[in-house]
Design a protein around this ligand. Structure first.
Ligand SMILES: [Zn+2]
Ligand SMILES: [Zn+2]
Length: 283
């Protein structure tokens, strides 16, 4: 009765040969969930032996491009590898998700028409079941559940302003809980999600390094991401077991992971993992 987290992509908007874009896989109770679908997510899903066709749901924290840029690859992958007919892909996300998915399907229209014309056994295009989570129901609300498998996912609004709306998620199974914080600064919704969680996955930024870069567009990123220390503070306040750092900005130079862990450890005395692609954490 454990929950397994695989960091598929720990990168940020800047392309990095060692890090795919933001995406995290969570396996619990026989289900497989994908949180965000950043650059290269299809490659990383293959590495984790989790094809798009096997996903129970895709859950989006927000609609920043780095978190959704390869969602189209999952839509096509699930459709074209589904036999005899692909199951619809459930996509759960903040308000605005439906518009993004509709635009992806419109972008894929030529491809869909080619494949329908070429493959006699394909009789319909890809199906995507979108569930938009309203802010009111997001407050502690269950957004996905399988009672038999004892798996549920709850959502809370997070604070990544001016990006709105944004969501964090808590996956519960067998008395364990894992939180996917997404981008954003500490807030009440995140604290509620994290309360007593066994693991908390947070996108983080090193303000000491970013503030040394004299580029306003880079400096702008500081005020809407958790610093490493803030992630540690949230983890400590909530009594989390393991803090997992992901989507690190800037990407940690090889050999500097201990610096990142030390910064979080100033506030948090639990286990700290400085994420790399395809690292697995089980709780
Ligand atoms: Zn973002
Ligand atoms: Zn991001």
């Amino acid at each position: 009765m454990t929950i397994e987290i695989t960091l598929l992509g720990t990168g940020s908007p800047l392309p990095d040969p060692e890090r795919a874009g933001p995406s995290t896989l969570v396996r619990a109770g026989g289900h497989t969930f994908l949180f965000d679908a950043g650059r290269g997510v299809g490659l990383r899903l293959a590495a984790a032996a989790a094809p798009a066709g096997a996903l129970s749901a895709v859950l989006l924290t927000h609609l920043h491009s780095d978190h959704i840029t390869d969602l189209n690859d999952l839509v096509t992958g699930r459709w074209i590898t589904g036999f005899p007919v692909a199951r619809a892909l459930p996509v759960i996300g903040p308000v605005g998700t439906r518009g993004v998915v509709d635009a992806i399907l419109a972008m894929l229209a030529p491809d869909i028409s080619y494949r329908l014309a070429h493959h006699d056994d394909l009789t319909a295009g890809p199906e995507v079941e979108v569930s938009e989570v309203e802010a009111s129901e997001a407050a502690g609300g269950v957004v996905w559940e399988d009672e038999v498998a004892d798996v549920r996912i709850l959502a809370e609004p997070t604070d990544h302003r001016p990006v709105e709306p944004t969501l964090g998620y808590r996956i519960e199974h067998g008395g364990r809980a894992v939180v996917i914080g997404g981008d954003g600064v500490p807030c009440d919704g995140l604290d509620r999600l994290c309360a007593g969680a066994d693991a908390y996955v947070q996108t983080v930024l090193r303000d000491d390094l970013v503030s040394a870069v004299p580029l306003q567009r880079f400096l702008d990123t500081i005020d809407y991401h958790s610093t490493v220390r803030q992630a540690g503070e949230t983890a400590a306040r909530a009594g989390v077991g393991t803090l997992v750092l992901t989507h690190q900005v800037p990407a940690p130079a090889p050999g500097t992971e201990d610096e990142w862990i030390a910064l979080a450890a100033e506030a948090f005395d639990g286990t700290i993992v400085c994420g790399r692609d395809l690292v697995v954490v089980e709780v």
